[in-house]
Design a protein around this ligand. Structure first.
Ligand code: BES
Ligand code: MN
Ligand code: ZN
Length: 490
């Protein structure tokens, strides 16, 4: 896995004189001179301790990286994670690093030491992520091999706890990045299934992968309709985390279109360039499932990843064809490029059959959502205000950006078909994220459900903070946080 820093390499130390090649010190904006750092050093480097700013300097004759945390009042986990990510990038040729970031930040966070340790661990690991296995000359390998998080003796226990969860979350995030960054020719539905089986086996989460025949016998008409043009088999991946004593069930559903050509409603070459990422929702579901044992929430969680590529060809679904979804509803496919909702329709139907307390789906579903909210923010829709709030609060805690969009009943009639129960597109381009959401709503029945349209934030063109260019792993943190919160509330 291209985490250049191994998860186990981030550790807690309590000795005040723990040695490393280089040390890193967290500083707050306005706290010039704080912690014995010479104001002149900071001024010379034009360093104001703004959030995410870093400066390599000599402090007390030792090589030190100064890490800006912004103003004390505004510190939150997202900012701390970003600062740690920036530090990982800045560590240069040092193999070992010791830092006081956790100690410095802990007092300013609601969750104290463990939350600070978790955010710092996530940032260090996610910020050091690389996807360079396909480069002939990947450039100089990052040197950083271990990071010591220095805390007071009394804080050792909660810090270690935070490091453990941070590692699990960062590993999940980098799993998503790997799966999404891998070219589509090497990440077919069967490859997704293999990855899920491996990830599940490593942590003791059950995994099943339904092959073509099983998808047929299970009547997954949406997934099969999208798969019809492909020479590659689809897979419906089902993962289950079932801790003893759990009374509730949450089902996660992910869109796993391993490549979206648009099908016969073919995309333009430009529109296709990023379409290897169209399985980011499914990848997030697989990764969340794989992180659950480490977080150990007391709730049963089932993950469903609906995987296939979407290809044109003589056997492909044609505009005007009618598919029968798992729940019996018929759909007239008028645009084969609106395929995500078809594979999710089966996944959501399966989810609703389990009568869970909550269903959350993640999907790179619409370009329209990117038009509405841009690249950095996911659209949040659903049929249950409490669940919407839960996911929104979870996103606020993790710092992933989501924004609520409506499911307006006045647009529902756009989905009426002349020949079937539904058509798979609205009447025009306007409100495309909402008509997609309204379509999905048809398959969840009365089950509380939330839909995250992650078409924008699943990838990024800019490296910064804990992000590297390419796949982000968006949704993993928020969904994990939401699951933990659903486990804890009544
Ligand atoms: N996978 C795309 C959505 C997408 C577009 C994700 C750009 C990331 C970047 C989805 O399957 C799609 O093609 N949606 C169509 C729907 C339309 C045909 C109703 C779209 O958004 O144009
Ligand atoms: Mn499409
Ligand atoms: Zn798609």
């Amino acid at each position: 896995m291209p985490l250049s820093l191994e998860p186990d390499a981030v550790v807690v130390v309590t000795s005040p004189d723990a040695e490393a090649e280089i040390s890193a010190r967290g500083l707050f904006e306005g706290g010039i001179g704080a912690g014995g750092v010479d104001a002149a050093v900071m001024a010379a480097g034009d360093f104001e301790a703004k959030a995410g700013q870093t400066l390599a300097a000599e402090v007390n004759g030792r090589p030190t990286i100064l890490v800006g945390l912004g103003t004390e009042e505004d510190l939150d986990v997202a900012r701390l994670r970003k600062a740690a990510g920036a530090l990982a990038r800045r560590a240069g040729r040092a193999a070992t690093l010791v830092t006081d970031l956790v100690e410095v930040a802990a007092g300013h966070l609601r969750g104290g030491v463990s939350e600070a340790a978790r955010a710092v661990t996530e940032g260090l690991l996610s910020g050091s992520y690389r996807f360079d296995t396909l480069k002939g000359n990947p450039g100089e390998a990052p040197a950083l091999e271990s990071v010591l998080l220095r805390v007071g003796t009394a804080d050792a226990e909660p810090a270690a706890e935070g490091v453990r969860t941070g590692r699990a979350i960062a590993s999940a995030v980098s799993l998503v990045r790997d799966l999404v960054n891998t070219p589509a020719s090497e990440m077919r539905a069967v490859d997704m299934a293999d990855a899920a089986i491996a990830a599940g086996a490593a942590v003791g989460v059950e995994v099943e992968a339904w092959d073509l025949d099983r998808c047929r016998s299970e009547r997954l008409g949406g997934l099969l309709g999208v798969n019809a043009g492909s020479v590659h088999e689809p897979r419906l991946i089902r993962m289950e985390y079932s801790p003893e004593g759990a009374e509730r069930t949450v089902v996660l559903v992910g869109k796993g279109v391993t490549f979206d050509t648009g099908g016969l409603s073919l995309k333009t070459s430009e529109g296709m360039m990023t379409m290897k990422t169209d399985m980011a929702g499914a990848a997030a579901v697989v990764a969340v499932m794989s992180a659950l044992p480490a977080l150990a929430p007391s709730v049963r969680v089932v993950g469903l990843a609906c995987c296939t590529d979407n290809q044109p060809g003589p056997t492909a679904t044609m505009p005007g064809d009618v598919l029968t979804i798992r729940n019996g509803k018929t759909v007239e496919v008028l645009n084969t490029d609106a395929e995500g909702r078809l594979v999710l329709a089966d996944g959501l139907s399966l989810a609703a059959e389990m009568e869970p307390e909550a269903v959350i789906d993640l999907a790179t579903l619409t370009g329209a959502c990117m038009v509405a909210l841009g690249k950095g923010i996911a659209g949040l829709m659903g049929n249950d205000d409490d669940l919407i709030s839960t996911v929104r609060e979870a996103a606020d805690i993790t710092g992933e950006r989501v924004w609520p969009l409506p499911l307006p009943d006045i647009y529902r009639k756009q989905l009426d078909s002349d020949v079937a129960d539904l058509r798979n597109i609205g009447a025009g381009r306007y409100g495309g994220a909402l008509t997609a959401g309204l379509f999905l709503e048809e398959f969840v029945g009365d089950t509380p459900w939330v839909h995250l349209d992650i078409a924008g934030p699943a990838g990024t063109d800019e490296a910064g903070g804990e992000y590297t260019k390419g796949a982000t792993g968006f949704g993993v943190r928020t969904v994990l946080e939401a699951v933990v919160s659903l486990a804890g509330s009544d």
